[in-house]
Design a protein around this ligand. Structure first.
Ligand code: MRU
Length: 356
């Protein structure tokens, strides 16, 4: 069943400037202490914004990439179509290389590239106008998808439920509502109350900095825990459901999400707590057969050794292994909540039926 999204919703995290020549984002790396906006139009600064998680979360990265390519393309408005195409392709390959795991980045880049390819004989100004429209469409579609995901997810929740979430899959990470946080935000709007446990999410603390910020702002009862406390709150009987986002869902239902997600899912299964991942079709990658085929981003060891601390909390050169994501096996999942409804096992068959 489709639910009607209210008309007055506007995404706050990513938008175009009034002259449409720049993209304006909330700098997620400054939250929760400062709400700062960045105004960007250079390919290098857009690449950096993705790489350094100023804009982050799978759907938000895709939306931002589309706007980034649109504002970049406008700088070549006086080029011939051949020159424009060459520059465009190089810039889009460069942006696509900023982060490998969330499939939404390459998905959005491909959508815009298709427009450029389809209009090889057209005018540059026409192509640029179409790119702008497509970027706005991607954002609008994401809002609709998030709203549907929130509605489907909410159908699983009861008044007073305890929900554990990992990382941040709220409005900041998407366009509005978010994915994993959507049902809680929508439920709160409808007068329901939940008790949410937010894992802090080492090493970049998206749970501590962003999830608690977004849920508190919405008036939702949220308790911050360290990642290694999840089993205790589960054992205490405080968690009825685990809701997490995703960065890429493979054809068999395995999914990549923030490092630590698979551990949470294993614990939840031990305590017989159902685990759901929530994501839009832009995160479903049927061309990737299993989780083993998902590229996993490795990040700077200093995110573990020194970041957030006044002094380093590890010997200066101690080797660190810092995968940014892990893959949760589909056998640990109760369901995948998408804009088209809740997908239950067998995932391979049911995902193909709904999304191929
Ligand atoms: O490294 P990040 O912060 O971009 O990782 C984000 C996540 O893993 C989210 O859970 C995922 O992108 C879902 S966002 C709706």
């Amino acid at each position: 069943m489709n639910h009607q999204m209210p008309e007055n919703i506007r995404p706050e995290n990513i938008r175009l400037s009034n002259d449409r020549k720049k993209v304006i984002i909330i700098d997620q790396s400054a939250l929760p202490n400062k709400l700062e906006y960045l105004t960007l139009d250079q390919p290098e600064e857009c690449f950096d914004a993705i790489k350094t998680l100023k804009v982050r979360g799978a759907p938000a990265i895709g939306i931002f990439a589309a706007f980034a390519m649109y504002v970049t393309a406008q700088q070549w408005a006086d080029h011939s179509i051949e020159e424009f195409q060459k520059k465009y392709q190089l810039a889009s390959e460069y942006l696509n290389s900023a982060r490998p795991t969330a499939v939404n980045l390459s998905w959005a880049i491909r959508r815009l590239q298709q427009i450029v390819d389809d209009h090889a004989g057209g005018s540059v100004s026409e192509v640029i106008a179409l790119l702008g429209k497509e970027a706005e469409k991607i954002q609008q579609e994401d809002m609709e998808m998030c709203y549907q995901i929130a509605s489907h997810g909410l159908s699983l929740l009861k008044e007073g439920d305890g929900i554990l979430t990992h990382c941040n899959a709220g409005p900041l990470a998407t366009s509005c509502y978010g994915t994993a946080l959507g049902p809680m935000l929508l439920g709160k709007e409808q007068g329901m109350n939940f008790r949410v446990f937010a894992d802090e999410t080492r090493p970049l603390l998206q749970g501590a900095r962003l999830t608690t910020y977004e849920l508190q702002k919405a008036g939702i009862d949220v308790t911050l825990i360290c990642d290694n406390m999840a089993s205790v709150v589960m054992k205490n009987g405080w968690v009825d459901k685990v809701f997490v986002g995703c960065d890429r869902i493979a054809a068999n239902g395995d999914f990549a999400n923030k490092i630590g997600t698979s551990g949470v899912a294993i614990l939840a299964n031990y305590y017989h707590i159902p685990v759901y991942t929530l994501g839009p079709s832009s995160t479903i990658d049927l061309d990737t057969p299993t989780g083993a085929d998902i590229p996993i981003e490795l990040r700077d060891p200093d995110e573990i050794r020194t970041m957030w601390y006044k002094e380093p909390m590890a010997p200066e050169k101690v080797p660190c292994y810092n995968p940014s994501f892990d893959v949760t096996d589909h056998t640990l999942l109760a369901g995948i909540i998408t804009e088209k409804g809740i997908v239950y096992p067998p995932f391979e068959e049911n995902l193909k039926r709904l999304f191929r």
